[in-house]
Design a protein around this ligand. Sequence first.
Ligand code: SF4
Length: 344
Amino acid sequence: MKAKENFIRKAKLAYSSLPGVRKWANRFASSPLYFKWLKKRIARQKEKDKSGPFNLVIETSNFCNARCLMCPHSIMKRSKTIMDNKTFSFIVKRIGQENLPVNKVFFSGMGEPLTDPNLLRRIEIMKKMGLPVRLYTNASLMTKEIARKIVALAIDEVNISFNGTNPIEYQKIMGIDFATTVDNINYLIEWKRRVGSKKPFIQISSILIKENKKNIKKHIQNWEGKVESVTVSLAHQWGGGVKVNPKLSIQNSSAKTYPCRSLWHTFVIDSQGNFVICCRDYESKHILGNIKTHTFADIKKNAVLHRFRQAHLKYSRDALPPMCQKCNFPYQDGVEWLLPRSVD
Ligand code: SF4
């Protein structure tokens, strides 16, 4: 499986960073045969996805210390908060009571998770429940003590959002200090090596925008071989919240769309305990319930979720909810339905 995962990660990197590969892949995916074949496959897979295993995205904080150009955090209007202990306990309780099959728990959302002072204790609870954990962070608040704890807890994956090849570029894109972050990442790599731990799997991820485009090859070279994975993604429109350069993004001009897989296999809980339709709903506009009052089973039967799914299964841009029309996922040729859950 590892070789397959590595191949997929390399293919994704080539797709995002090499326009020639992108052009070839898009031509292949636009054939009617591909569409017919994938539609059949999606029909089967969506039924399987309904019974899990599910991804669980938990936003324990929606505060952020960075101000990234390609993120809608700066325009987000919902109130900023750290998830309280009662809400987090409800998540833990319900996972156990419902015996929820979990693929991965993502500590992520619209904030920097390390702004939550309880984060590592919360991750520890999930790890003790035997659940695989991926932490999304910009790593600028990852002190030596935190890095050691990340290794000691055997957090499965750490995805580090890192945008910029040099201090000027990085500061311009993310608004935080380059040298601090690089030192923090290097310490995590070094400590993991020193104690002989295989975990965490460290991934450096970047978004391709005009500010880092020129140096993206150098950025990849800088990190390849130092960490387990380097990814570059095309800029996301966040349901219309972020304006992206059309040359550096997935085009949403196609009338034919594919269903967004996350509607079948992911639960997203915001910092107030609300179940929201997806991780791109940064304002929590589409609330399906709250972990304090609703079980996971309730959410699976939710009418709004059902409506979103039905709209996506029409395979047409015009049938999609407005937020989804301005999102990237329906225009990605349905590739997420082809990927193994381990790379989710
Ligand atoms: S397509 Fe819609 S449901 Fe899927 S991530 Fe985008 S906004 Fe959310």
